[in-house]
Design a protein around this ligand. Structure first.
Ligand code: GUN
Length: 283
């Protein structure tokens, strides 16, 4: 490993360069990859994520469409928008920004997205295929973490990977992907009694809890690789991760910063999935 810091921005940019070439090659064949993003309500963080996704599409020549709906949109109305996008030829990927307002059933919305356009990898068919190791859209954040580890030459086979957090978006698929790369995987979560006793065994520690700076030096084994999926605010309102970066830095062999670690990779993998989806039109 050349550097202790795993630079997601740099690795993401390298991958984006190759996506750009793929987009241009598709355009030469008359295909412009297209992504539709649906945002319901006016959650500040979601608005920022969505605008970053759109900007990234623009930079790479991917067509993007934003459907902004008010917070009181009915589930029925949202499902109609999804059905329209399922049928729309210019759209290869559909992403419904989560979380949705409480009155909308997220599971029903995700299930309504055509699996062929499920670039988030959240549809039950995509999840099932992922667990079976079949080709499918992989969820962007865990897929991005795998790419970070590969590009940083971190050996996964035979290593003990501990995943803290069990969300369907990150924690659960993260463990599956590490398992498929031959790691021994342990899941820890909010009901794990002695967290440090588990995390201290990790050669690779992935933290996705949404709790600011909860992982300290005493949670980390000397020489561990630490991946911080958190995007939290510290006591001063400044962006930070789930890992106390300064506290663990001397202990780890490599670590992702926040910002500039996992974040840029999530969007990069969304672009990868959108181009992968557009390529289905070639056959
Ligand atoms: N909200 C937070 N992360 C994600 C994500 O990866 N996809 C979607 N659709 N919503 C999110």
């Amino acid at each position: 490993m050349s550097s202790k810091l795993i630079n997601g921005k740099e690795i993401g940019n390298t991958i984006r360069e190759s996506i750009k070439l793929e987009v241009n090659a598709l355009k030469d064949k008359g295909i412009t990859p297209g992504l539709a993003v649906i945002l319901v309500g006016d959650d500040q963080a979601s608005q920022k994520y969505v605008s970053n996704k759109q900007k990234s599409c623009e930079q790479l020549g991917i067509y993007s469409e934003l459907i902004k709906l008010p917070a009181d949109t009915t589930e029925e109305d949202l499902l109609k928008h999804i059905e329209e996008l399922n049928q729309k030829d210019a759209i290869d990927g559909i992403l419904v920004q989560l979380p949705l307002p409480k009155h909308i059933n997220e599971d029903a919305v995700i299930a309504a997205i055509s699996p062929e356009k499920d670039v988030d990898g959240f549809h039950p068919i995509s999840v099932g295929k992922m667990i079976l190791g079949q080709e499918t859209f992989l969820p962007c954040t865990p897929h991005g973490v795998m790419k970070l580890l590969q590009h940083s030459n971190v050996t996964i086979r035979g290593k003990h990977a501990v995943v803290v957090g069990r969300s369907h978006i990150v924690g659960v698929p993260m463990g599956q992907l590490l398992l498929q790369s031959d790691a021994t995987v342990t899941y820890a979560h909010s009901k794990t009694p002695d967290l440090a006793a588990i995390t201290k065994q990790a050669d690779i520690l992935v933290v996705a809890t949404g709790r600011a700076k909860m992982i300290k030096k005493e949670h980390v084994k000397e020489g561990a690789v630490v991946i911080d999926v958190g995007m939290d605010l510290d006591e001063n309102g400044k962006l930070c991760g789930d890992v106390d970066f300064d506290d663990v830095f001397d202990t780890v062999s490599a670590i992702t910063p926040v910002p500039g670690g996992v974040g840029p990779m999530t969007i990069t993998m969304l672009l990868v999935n959108t181009v992968q989806s557009a390529k289905q039109k070639l056959s």
